[in-house]
Ligand binder design. Structure first.
Ligand code: GUN
Length: 290
């Protein structure tokens, strides 16, 4: 059986550091590090995610400002909300939950978020810093994956890492973080012709293509491979499944993240880290990094 790379103990360790740094912010700034969440519409999955982000903020001693809007909100009104949050000195992190309803221009909304409060690391400014290896607010899911690898003592330096998927949120920033961690990185995607060749050489595979069980037993997994599955899909029988066919692949690799309980919880954990980091930077606090 492979080592199961569960997120729970990794997230626990991170939350312990966040609580301590959050306390230092409260003492030194006289107010809590605060996350503002903005939810537009009534998508059930988005509602659950945003609720969890708010609940975790409060549990760790952070402040939470909750903004919910009807799906018919205008672009102008949403932009005004972001501007107001940018100007609010007591707000450290702004998270606008994606996806936004189709009539809204998502890029324009995200581009308006102050980079100092961009806890998702979506802004061109922060992505630029990330590409140069000097980002402080790092993209939550990819940064969480590196924390999993670190926790389970999986060395990245000098390894062949394959990222399957090239989204702006996971695939591309994941490749950059792995590169900064000294891996030799390849990025495959839906148009890649010889995927098996890449998989057969990969010591670490991060699957983030958003297709149920896209990576299966038909591939030649390298002996000792470590597999990180970012996928969160519903299979035909309604069950949650990842981008990797867990049943077929797990017996052939050395370590693998389960779905659910693998990568998912790390996204919220790193969002909490970023919120405290944003507060520490904005208030120029001499707090231990979390
Ligand atoms: N929707 C799904 N995941 C995310 C995320 O990490 N951040 C934001 N803002 N929206 C999302």
């Amino acid at each position: 059986m492979p080592v199961l790379l569960k997120a729970a103990p990794v997230a626990e360790a991170i939350y312990s550091g966040v609580s301590k740094s959050a306390e230092a912010v409260k003492t030194q700034a006289g107010r809590p590090a605060t996350l503002a969440t903005v939810l537009v519409g009534d998508d059930p999955a988005s509602q659950i995610y945003v609720r969890r982000k708010g609940e975790m903020s409060v549990k760790l001693g952070l402040g939470h400002q909750d903004f919910k809007f009807n799906s018919k909100i205008s672009q102008k009104e949403l932009l005004q909300t972001v501007q107001k949050l940018n100007a609010d000195g007591k707000v450290d992190g702004i998270l606008v939950q994606r996806p936004l309803p189709k009539h809204l221009n998502e890029t324009e909304v995200f581009d308006l978020i102050d980079p100092a409060k961009d806890v998702d690391c979506f802004s061109p400014h922060n992505v630029g810093l990330l590409s140069q290896g000097r980002g402080t607010l790092l993209p939550c899911t990819p940064a969480g994956i590196l924390e999993i690898l670190k926790f389970y003592k999986i060395d990245v330096a000098g390894k062949n890492a394959l990222v399957v998927g090239r989204s702006d949120i996971v695939g591309k920033p994941m490749a950059l973080l792995l590169l900064h961690a000294h891996a030799t990185v390849s990025v495959a995607h839906s148009k890649t012709k010889n995927l098996n060749e890449y998989v057969s050489q990969a010591d670490i595979v991060v699957a983030a293509i958003g297709r149920s069980k896209f990576l299966g037993s038909n591939l030649s997994w390298k002996e000792g491979a470590v597999v990180v599955d970012v996928g969160m899909n519903r299979s035909a029988d309604g069950k949650l499944c990842g981008d990797v066919d867990f049943e077929a692949v797990s017996s052939r690799v050395a370590a693998i993240t389960p779905v659910p309980g693998g990568v998912g919880p790390m996204t919220i954990a790193m969002l909490m880290v970023n919120t405290v980091r944003a507060a520490v930077a904005r208030e120029k606090i001499a707090a231990a990094d979390c």
